[in-house]
Design a protein around this ligand. Structure first.
Ligand code: AMP
Ligand code: MG
Length: 368
């Protein structure tokens, strides 16, 4: 553990790249839900990239072509383009299953039946809901996908603060334990009876939303597809959630973590290979009312936006885990959040607290 002051050193090359990111395509009207990080490839090799809007976020896919795989770069280019097409379809498929805004999604079906019967869901959603529950337990309810009753009181377009009694009322409906999950007797994708898992919300007023974990999951799935297509050097950057893969023992990418209060500054940069980096911040979706900043991450215990951190970056093996943990630690605050991360193998964090001070976990490898 190494608490430090907040002045970050900015490498000129990274800053230039960061500014490039601002110049090319960062649209202020884009409904980004998370914080932004910048990627700099450390290679001269040709790269196939695509920049596309998915899950209400700007997503950038890049695959580095390896001339050694095949002497014909054309073939590599074609298969990289195909792999990116597949990844885009996968993001859309996951959104259709997991969005709480699409009426036909599995999540919407669970929400519609709250207080009623259990509904059948896919194994895929079942497993992600189990993981969400695990993170809720680990974070003592700081991460809670049933935050929605309080979440919907906060309208970031209208910038209005709800009445305290509305907030009090709303938090009565938050409790991740109200989501009941049951697996078929044989927990296998090909259960003999072809049965599916089931989910049920026990209280009619409670509903769930996967905004803090589904995007990370989609990033993981895209990474899996790229690997299956034979690529081992690529990056996927979905707003605040990213995954980078490089050849063995080679740091192909540098990830720049954005300063939460100065858009053109980086807090830190880290060489990265075969890992996920996710940032939750209070600077992408927020409003200021009477001098107080209100952002999109809700403390489920109070019903108010969490305010003990300006940003939280998590490094982990899997993006869904990094995504959810960043939200959890953002709510927990620097001291409890750091303590939680220090108990986890293979997970590191950089936290900017409410005063702009930086706290890093003991194994954080980035430079500042
Ligand atoms: P992220 O940007 O990954 O931190 O995710 C923030 C999004 O997660 C919000 O826009 C909400 O959809 C959802 N969310 C807000 N507060 C919580 C919470 N305490 N636990 C789980 N999800 C949350
Ligand atoms: Mg998250």
């Amino acid at each position: 553990m190494q608490p430090r002051g907040c002045k970050g050193s900015v490498q000129p090359a990274l800053l230039a790249f960061c500014l490039m990111g601002l110049l090319f395509g960062h649209s202020p009207t884009h409904a980004e839900r998370a914080a932004t990080q910048y990627l700099q490839p450390q290679t001269q090799q040709p790269t196939v990239s695509r920049d596309v809007s998915l899950m209400s976020t700007r997503v950038v896919f890049s695959i580095v072509l390896d001339n050694n795989i095949d002497n014909s770069t054309d073939n590599n280019t074609t298969s990289a383009e195909k792999a990116i097409d597949q990844a885009i379809n996968e993001f859309r498929r996951i959104e259709a299953v997991m969005s709480e805004w699409q009426p036909d999604s599995e999540v919407s079906r669970i929400n519609r039946n709250a207080g009623g019967d259990a509904v059948e869901i896919s194994f895929e959603l079942f497993r992600l809901l189990q993981a969400a529950r695990q993170i809720s337990t680990l974070s003592d309810g700081a991460f809670d996908i049933s935050f929605r009753s309080a979440g919907k009181l906060w309208d970031f377009r209208k910038a209005t603060v709800p009445e305290p009694d509305q907030v009090q009322q709303a938090i009565q409906h938050i409790d991740y334990r109200r989501l009941e999950l049951s697996a078929p007797a044989m927990d296998s994708e090909v259960s003999e009876q072809g049965e599916l898992p089931k989910a049920r919300i026990s209280h009619a007023e409670t509903s769930i939303g996967l905004g803090a974990i589904a995007k990370g999951y989609a990033v993981d799935r895209a990474a899996q597809l790229f690997r299956q297509a034979g690529f081992d050097a690529f990056s996927i950057n979905a707003g605040g959630d990213l995954y980078v893969a490089g050849r063995k023992d080679e740091n192909l990418w540098k990830v720049g973590i954005q300063h939460p209060r100065e858009r053109d500054k980086l807090m830190a940069n880290l060489p990265a290979s075969n890992l996920a980096v996710a940032t939750s911040g209070d600077y992408e979706r927020f409003f200021i009312h009477n001098g107080q900043r209100y952002s999109h991450i809700i403390n489920p215990h109070t019903g108010y936006p969490a305010s003990d951190c300006q940003s939280v970056t998590i490094i982990a093996e899997r993006a869904f885990w990094a995504d959810a943990l960043a939200t959890a630690v953002f709510v927990l605050g620097p001291s409890k959040g750091l303590a939680l991360v220090e108990t986890m193998n293979g997970v590191e964090t950089l936290i900017v607290d409410d005063q702009g001070e930086v706290v890093m976990s003991s194994g954080f490898q980035g430079t500042r």
